[in-house]
Design a binder for this molecule. Structure first.
Ligand SMILES: [Zn+2]
Length: 392
């Protein structure tokens, strides 16, 4: 099947130029409108879902409700014998207030831009593959549903229950996260993850007059995060990253509040209770020594994804098809998580890196290999036609 590279490039650049950083609800709504316009070409049914707000700890250490933007759903032939769920996300890691906002050609073969690879290119691949599939003669045997969420980059906190619910109606899922490298390598097993916030409350005091009356929340937080960092290397496959801190109001005030945000990656479900127990014991120790109060908020949102059974069979099928197309590919484990973790936990076999090839994602050098737009669309198109002819 031939795909039109020029159209795909125009679309990716247009979508990339719409800022859709997680939490930028206005931008996510703009991108939703653009995506809805494009997907309507499939003459499918569609729906814009509003997700419930999520709890976020603000800079005052208080949990507040935050809106995340719309989720899109498109579907066709939900009565067909084989049901396939196609999943992508429209959010990126780039907020409005940073300079990386526009997509540009670096040379004839590479586009640099926010989200071009993760995953606006992937959304483009998904759309083109479906468009081509809808013209194929075997299409009636396959029904499909597309879900595009606005919160994947922050752990799909609001969309996860909906993904899990829709997973029950399908036989398999295809997700369009970027390939692991320029050769198109897929992510196989994936780690699980948890995101946590530590809120340390001390006691404010004048730094000169009443220094001895204060309880310094920043110093308490510092001990806490160093203790947590030292857990790295103590259990195989588990990493703990303190990624954000804030606290204090002025240099002449003993700070009464300090906050840290933490990302934990796990290899097995048992790692979760190990990490929690370790962190809680560090908290207890620091609280006792410094007479401060520490709250731990957050959760393990994604379980590790294992490669076995029908999921492994799906990987082997994609490998066979890509080889037949002259682009043999393999897979390797990833420390990263995505909605493939969530769907695996819901029991749905899935392959989650069918998107474009490129690199340096989540940085201001994120790039897309232009050629991969058409080769990856062809891979998913061929997979869909194979599944409709031979089943799964
Ligand atoms: Zn992504």
């Amino acid at each position: 099947m031939e795909f039109n590279e020029t159209t795909m490039v125009e679309r990716v650049i247009q979508w990339s130029n719409i800022n859709s950083g997680s939490f930028n609800v206005l931008g996510l709504e703009r991108l939703s409108a653009a995506l809805t316009h494009t997907f309507s070409e499939l003459e499918c049914e569609g729906d814009v879902l509003s997700l419930p707000p999520i709890d976020q700890v603000n800079s005052q250490g208080i949990s507040t409700k935050v809106d995340l933007g719309p989720m899109l759903r498109f579907w066709k032939r939900l009565q067909a014998p084989l049901q396939i769920l196609l999943v992508g996300h429209m959010d990126t890691v780039f907020p409005l207030d940073q300079p990386f906002q526009q997509a540009k050609f670096k040379n004839d073969t590479i586009i640099v831009g926010p989200g071009v690879t993760d995953m606006k290119g992937g959304l483009c691949v998904m759309f083109e593959a479906l468009k081509a599939f809808e013209k194929s003669k075997h299409k009636d045997k396959v029904g499909w549903e597309v879900l595009i969420n606005p919160d994947e980059e922050i752990g799909s906190l609001a969309s996860a229950p909906f993904l899990a619910e829709r997973a029950k109606s399908h036989h398999l899922a295809l997700l369009f996260e970027p390939a692991m490298d320029e050769q198109g390598t897929l992510a196989g097993e994936r780690k699980g993850s948890g995101k946590f916030t530590l809120v340390v409350k001390g006691k404010a005091a004048h730094a000169g007059r009443d220094f001895h009356l204060g309880k310094n929340a920043i110093c308490g937080l510092a001990e806490l995060v160093l203790g947590i960092d030292q857990l790295n290397g103590q259990r195989e496959g588990v990493t703990l990253n303190v990624g954000q801190i804030e606290g204090g109001v002025a240099v002449n005030v003993v700070p009464s509040l300090a906050i840290a945000k933490l990302d934990i990656r796990t290899q097995s479900v048992e790692d979760e209770s190990w990490a929690r127990t370790q962190i809680e014991s560090i908290i207890k120790e620091v609280q006792k020594q410094r007479e401060i109060k520490i709250d731990l908020m957050g959760q393990f949102g994604r379980k590790p994804k294992k490669l076995s059974g029908k999921t492994l069979a799906l990987y082997e099928l994609v490998q066979k098809i890509s080889t037949s197309l002259g682009q043999p590919l393999s897979w390797k484990p990833s420390g990263g998580c995505c909605d493939g973790n969530n769907l695996s936990e819901a029991g749905l076999p899935n392959i989650d890196t069918l998107g474009v090839c490129g690199g340096k994602i989540h940085s201001d050098e994120e790039y897309l290999l232009v050629k991969s737009l058409t080769t990856r669309a062809n891979l998913t198109y061929t997979l869909l036609t194979h599944l409709s002819e031979h089943g799964f």
